[in-house]
Design a protein around this ligand. Structure first.
Ligand SMILES: NC(=O)c1ccc[n+]([C@@H]2O[C@H](COP(=O)([O-])OP(=O)(O)OC[C@H]3O[C@@H](n4cnc5c(N)ncnc54)[C@H](OP(=O)(O)O)[C@@H]3O)[C@@H](O)[C@H]2O)c1
Length: 194
């Protein structure tokens, strides 16, 4: 797959680039600085239509390793014009979760701005023309991949652990990008239980 990774210099983004290249994908990185391991890097801001106009045409899919309504707003028209339909975006499980209520109230109080923006970005995708998938993570941590994750399609996690390594998240994002059955679906992902 010819894959564009947006936010490729981030902690998850760098792992997506690395793992996508290892899976044999042709990886273009979009970041505000050069990204090691990508076949090419387009350096610039992902909300800039000129930067996106350079990065998007010719790709089979775009993977946003950063959740952002400003990026979605800029990206959707550029992808539509270029005939690139597949988009996978990171998001947070907290956007839709209702339990445990006290913990969620606390994290929403602390991260209200970012969560509200992720909800906005998800809404823009749901109402838009692209073949989108949203991958809502629990709490991300650095560290080695465990090689297993818990996934489900519910608002509240049906199992798994709240701690998810970015390495396992990157692998899940790629699994979703490669799976056409995931089009127009939002999946929750957490660490494995035990
Ligand atoms: N962190 C968590 O615990 C958590 C939990 C649940 C879900 N998530 C989801 O996972 C995503 C990735 O998390 P992370 O912790 O790996 O993120 P991160 O390390 O903060 O990386 C985000 C990257 O996005 C880049 N970026 C932001 N706006 C950009 C723009 N306009 N143009 C180009 N690049 C831009 C940043 O660039 P610069 O380096 O240049 O600033 C940064 O490299 C989050 O965005 C969120 O959707 C995170």
């Amino acid at each position: 797959m010819r894959l564009l990774v947006v936010g490729a210099a981030g902690r998850t983004g760098r792992l997506v680039v690395e793992q996508a290249a290892a899976r044999g994908h042709e990886v273009t990185a979009l970041a505000r600085r050069e990204v090691p391991g990508a076949h090419a890097t387009v350096v610039g801001d992902a909300t800039d239509p000129a930067v996106l106009g350079e990065a998007v045409p010719g790709r089979d899919a775009v993977l946003m390793a950063v959740g952002s309504s400003a990026i979605v707003r800029a990206l959707v028209p550029v992808m539509t014009a270029a005939g690139v339909r597949r988009l996978v975006m990171t998001s947070s499980r907290s956007v839709v979760a209702t339990r445990p209520k006290l913990l969620l109230d606390l994290v929403w109080w602390r991260f209200r701005g970012p969560y509200a923006d992720l909800a906005r970005a998800e809404g823009m995708l749901e109402g838009g023309p692209l073949d989108w998938s949203v991958v809502r993570a629990t709490m991300l941590a650095d560290g080695p991949a465990r090689g297993r994750v818990h996934t489900d399609f519910e608002a509240d996690a049906t199992g798994g652990d709240w701690r998810l390594t970015r390495a396992d998240y990157a692998a899940t994002l790629l699994d979703v990008a490669e799976d056409s059955a995931m089009v127009r679906r939002a999946v929750g992902v957490g660490g494995p239980r035990g």
